[in-house]
Design a protein around this ligand. Structure first.
Ligand code: ZN
Length: 447
């Protein structure tokens, strides 16, 4: 029996929150309102929340007390976003080495919700968040789901690696009454899996289709080959590597635009496109996002820099000036939608995904992929691994029209980007291995 979407939104969702004593929907409601306030009002909000969390961090986390003292920082002097610049950066290495001292003494450890990061850069981190913070993060995710065209109460379909199983009775009940979600496991995409997914789709009629960008692309490519379409009301791509040609194919197969979203496990959702798809709105409700040059000074609008996030809602393990490991470009224009949330023009890529040219300059992995994979005929999938400065290995899944000519063009194009001295070793494979989360990496730099 299919439960009407309206009943899920009006009854089961709020009842579940009350049962769990959760602020998730309350947070969603306040975020829906807040998004229309002005940029000035957002900055006032960020300032007030910053002062609160910094003082909390120094009062209750030994790490910040020691680190700020050593840096000669008086937190009473931190009164504006610009004052953040005086505080030291929190690196992934800091988090790994000082995890216990980053936890706030206001919480028992078993009150906190753990999250483990993927470890795609070779470093896996254990992060904790207090429960209220987690529920507020969920509220922010729901708001960005709504920007895609999905409505609260509509079922969802996730294209994901190793999807969670509803084991307990509570979880099964929750999935039936409220979450109503179907999965396509990207670790096992074959004809049978696609058939099963499409059959479940027809029964469940999901509103939202979400997953890593490239996984959505693989699904849509398979659907196109069988002349099938899906008709979600919203599509959210959660990986930052949304290649333009892949975006176009997903859009063609599903008939609606793709909403690109960017975030990481360590902090709240960082940015998401609205229905205008004109850059990404930063989640200024929950984070302060800085874009920094290599010397630590702030980037000008339009200038690419390191992304550093101060999360304003995690009191269990405050993340203050956390260097995410990605690069992006800030904007200074208003979005036609009228929301006051500031704009990030785009994500340039994960730092670990930048390849290094012979002359030392860095090239974003996505640029290389967009100018090879999507322009040369016959390449189905590829991954470029730079093991040494002058040595590239390209793992490549050949398509039907792949031949020596394509390979020649591919090698020439890569040498064009990185230098003629770079040796390129093309290895044909059946498939490109995914990370544990199901995420694909197109470029990997190991130098
Ligand atoms: Zn907008």
């Amino acid at each position: 029996m299919r439960i009407p979407d309206g009943m899920v939104a009006a009854v089961f969702e709020p009842v579940w929150d009350r049962y769990e004593n959760s602020v998730r929907l309350a947070s969603l409601r306040s975020l829906r309102q807040a998004q229309w306030q002005s940029l000035d009002d957002y900055e006032k909000h960020q300032c007030a929340e910053l002062k609160k969390i910094i003082r909390h961090a120094v009062d209750t986390c030994p790490f910040y007390r020691d680190r700020f003292t050593a840096a000669g920082v008086d937190v009473e002097q931190v009164n504006s976003i610009a004052d953040l610049a005086a505080l030291p950066i929190l690196t992934k290495n800091d988090v790994r080495q000082h995890q216990a001292d980053l936890l706030s003494s206001s919480y028992a450890k078993d009150q906190l919700v753990p999250a483990k990061t993927g470890g795609s850069t070779g470093v896996s981190l254990q992060i904790f968040c207090d429960r209220r913070g987690v529920e507020m993060r969920q509220g922010a995710a729901l708001r960005s789901d709504e920007w895609s065209g999905w409505k609260l109460g509509q079922p969802m379909a996730a294209v994901w690696g190793n999807p969670p199983q509803a084991v307990t009775l509570k979880n099964r009940l929750r999935r039936w009454l409220k979450d109503r979600i179907i999965y396509l496991d990207t670790m096992r995409i074959d004809d049978a899996a696609i058939d099963k997914f499409v059959a479940e789709w027809r029964q469940m009629r999901p509103g939202l289709l979400y997953g890593h960008a490239h996984s959505l692309f693989i699904l849509c490519e398979a659907l196109e080959a069988r002349n099938l379409t899906l008709r979600p009301t919203g599509i959210v791509a959660t990986s930052m590597m949304l290649i333009e040609s892949e975006r176009r194919l997903i859009q063609k197969v599903c008939g609606i635009p793709v909403t690109n979203r960017y975030g990481c496990e360590e902090v709240s959702l960082i940015a998401c496109e609205c229905e205008e798809h004109h850059g990404m709105h930063l989640n200024a409700d929950h984070n302060i996002v800085e874009f920094l040059r290599d010397d630590g000074t702030p980037c000008a609008p339009g200038e690419d820099g390191r992304i550093v996030v101060t999360e304003l809602i995690n009191y269990g393990m405050p993340m203050i000036r956390y260097e995410v490991g990605d690069r992006g470009v800030p904007g200074d224009r208003a979005c036609p939608c009228g929301r006051g949330l500031p704009i990030m023009e785009h994500i340039t890529g994960r730092v670990a995904d930048f390849l290094v040219a012979v002359d030392g300059h860095k090239v974003a992995g996505i640029s290389i992929i967009e100018n090879t994979l999507t322009k040369l005929p016959g390449i189905q999938q590829m991954q470029v691994v730079q093991e040494e400065a002058l040595q590239l290995q390209v793992n490549l899944v050949p398509g039907p029209t792949y031949g020596p000519e394509t390979e020649g063009q591919l090698v020439a194009s890569l040498q064009d980007y990185l230098g003629a001295e770079v040796a390129v070793d093309v290895v044909q494979v059946d498939r490109i291995a995914q990370e544990e989360s199901g995420k694909y990496r197109f470029t990997i730099c190991r130098i």
